[in-house]
Design a protein around this ligand. Structure first.
Ligand SMILES: [Zn+2]
Length: 323
């Protein structure tokens, strides 16, 4: 049992572990990318059927997030928790960049697009689509769960729209936030890529549809409001024939969630809102036994939040031969 409760962490100092100086250093480390490392790596694919839908998990790659990126606990505390879960790597905790392709025979909808080489070992989404025999032009719609760099990077390449044919759906609160010059000026350096990319996305996608609240995109594919991680952070619910899958994006991160709700990720500007989002969602998901897909969990990011003797934990779900 992994105990990330405040009580368990009380053994160590509880003040914030990072300073502005160390932040820029670790941000640099997270951005470092060895170009040779992704060569000859098979791109993983995983498929689940949800009623008439086929949902394919794809991944653009991964990066290792430094232990100091988790406000609410010290880097030492996060590293200790990662060690208990056999998830401590020399440079931090591995975050996957998973995307999900929803197909119903009439529509192909992609959820998120990865950092596309701008973070860690990434840029494999085109290769993953090709492994399915698909080109970007065959994607009818892209739903962006929020406008962080690791979710919108793949929308733009060489100053062009990468999915020019696709409808693009983003929550209006995120579009407003990430294109606001005052917000950009007030934001720390490590968020500026997100602001810059967001401006590109809005400029290059005239078909962008800003979403106001929960709604259905096509029959059985609905937007769910999960505000907190960012102002317009959304999930996508896929439901048919009594089955459902909820893609929750950055609702939970490896090692720290769902055991704790008071641990943030560095890029969350409104930490109280992010904590409230998780405090609302985790117990409800456990009660419902909801099948969840999460961007940064180990590939393919499919699992459930379960209550294990009163402690919430993540349980990976079967994705092959699940019938
Ligand atoms: Zn993310």
């Amino acid at each position: 049992m992994i105990d990330l409760s405040r009580r368990a962490f009380a053994l160590g100092p509880s003040t914030a572990a990072f300073t502005a100086g160390t932040l820029s250093t670790v941000a640099g480390a997270a951005n470092a990318r060895s170009p040779a490392a992704t060569a000859n790596v098979a791109t993983p694919l995983a498929q689940v059927r949800i009623g008439r839908f086929t949902v394919t998990a794809l991944t653009d790659g991964y990066t290792d997030m430094p232990f100091s990126y988790f406000p609410g606990r010290t880097a030492q505390e996060i590293e200790a928790a990662a060690k208990v879960q056999f998830a401590a790597r020399p440079s931090g905790i591995r975050f996957l960049f998973n995307q999900y392709l929803i197909e119903d025979g009439d529509h192909r909808i992609l959820i998120d697009t990865g950092p596309a080489g701008s973070l860690g070992q990434s840029g494999q989404l085109p290769q993953a689509l090709a492994a399915l025999g698909l080109s970007r032009d065959q994607i009818d719609a892209v739903i962006v769960t929020h406008m962080h760099q690791d979710h919108i990077g793949g929308l733009v390449a060489g100053g062009q729209a990468n999915f020019a044919r696709a409808e693009l759906y983003i929550d209006r609160r995120d579009v407003t936030h990430w294109t606001d010059p005052a917000k950009r000026a007030a934001a720390p350096d490590y968020l500026h890529n997100g602001f810059r990319l967001s401006a590109d996305v809005v400029r290059l996608y005239p078909k962008l549809q800003a979403i106001d609240g929960e709604r259905e995109i096509v029959r059985g594919v609905s937007i769910v409001d999960l505000t907190g991680h960012t102002p317009g952070h959304i999930g996508v619910r896929i439901a048919d024939a009594g089955q459902s899958l909820l893609m929750v994006s950055d609702m939970l991160f490896p090692v720290v969630h769902p055991a704790a709700t008071d641990i943030n990720f560095l890029f969350e500007q409104d930490r109280a809102a992010a904590q409230a989002m998780r405090a609302r969602f985790f117990p409800r998901a456990a009660e419902e036994g909801a099948l969840i897909a999460a961007t940064h969990m180990p590939f393919p990011g499919l699992g459930r939040i379960i209550s294990d003797n009163g402690h919430l934990r993540w349980l990976a779900a079967a994705w092959a031969y699940q019938d």
